[in-house]
Design a protein around this ligand. Structure first.
Ligand SMILES: N[C@@H](CCC(=O)N[C@@H](CS)C(=O)NCC(=O)O)C(=O)O
Length: 230
């Protein structure tokens, strides 16, 4: 059985967007059964978890007989490759393009959006925020404009079917949606919504939200006391 590590709770802004979403989504797409183990903050930072994820983060995918795997992009690509679904055939130009666009999502688009999120949500200093905001927003718009042009009105980033490139790009673009940056690119916004309307994503999001709503911010305090099992 496959186990995916999720987080007990997150604030409303990232709820439904925490990165185990990407793993649940690809597993739903390929139809592999899995269970989710939820960690609180002490669990995330524990030595036992760091032995699987050295940075004390999630997601991690565990499977009998395999070493634990971390990095959401690596996990998504691994599942798709092994299932031979949602990724073009091995040793074809389309496979390389699927990897190329996956890295573009995680390494080119996501950091520019994260820079905006950092200024909007994680910066306490108003002066720093006012100074940095126009710079990071302009940089994010440059990336989004380039991306919208690159996709044009095609339904998929690669070939003629849904791939990991679409899954990862749509996942990353959710940050742009929540930061009100994507409305400026109507076709990209519609594309992202279409990807998120896939049943595999809808199920993953509903599951993550349900689990998080059953927990509270107290679970994510580093001094959270482990609860006694009943
Ligand atoms: N590049 C990593 C990033 C993982 C990551 O940032 N995970 C967040 C949740 S979305 C996390 O575990 N945050 C808790 C922390 O960093 O303490 C991946 O894609 O797996």
């Amino acid at each position: 059985m496959i186990t995916v590590t999720g987080m007990k709770w997150a604030p409303p802004f990232p709820e439904g967007m925490v990165r185990d979403m990407r793993v649940r989504w690809i597993l739903n797409e390929v139809g592999w059964p899995y269970r989710v183990v939820l960690l609180d903050a002490p669990g995330l930072k524990s030595a036992a978890h760091r032995a699987k994820q050295p940075f004390g983060q999630l997601p991690v995918l565990e499977e009998d007989g395999q070493p634990p795997l971390f990095e959401s992009g690596a996990i998504v690509i691994y599942v798709a490759s092994r299932a031979e679904r949602c990724i073009a055939a091995d040793r074809t130009p389309e496979r390389l393009q699927a990897l190329q666009w996956s890295f573009a999502a995680l390494n080119t688009v996501e950091p520019s959006l994260f820079a905006v999120a950092e200024v909007e949500c994680l910066t306490d200093d108003d002066v720093v925020r006012q100074r940095r905001r126009p710079v990071v927003v302009a940089a994010a718009h440059e990336r989004l404009g380039d991306l919208a042009r690159a996709l044009g009105d095609r339904p998929w980033f690669v070939g003629d079917d849904f791939t990991v490139a679409d899954l990862l790009m749509a996942s990353v673009l959710e940050l742009a949606v929540r930061l009100d940056l994507l409305d400026a690119y109507p076709s990209l916004a519609v594309w992202q919504r279409t990807m998120f309307d896939r049943p595999g994503h809808r199920q993953a999001e509903a599951d993550q939200r349900t689990e998080m709503q059953a927990h509270s911010s107290a679970d994510m305090r580093l001094d959270a006391v482990p609860k006694e099992s009943p």
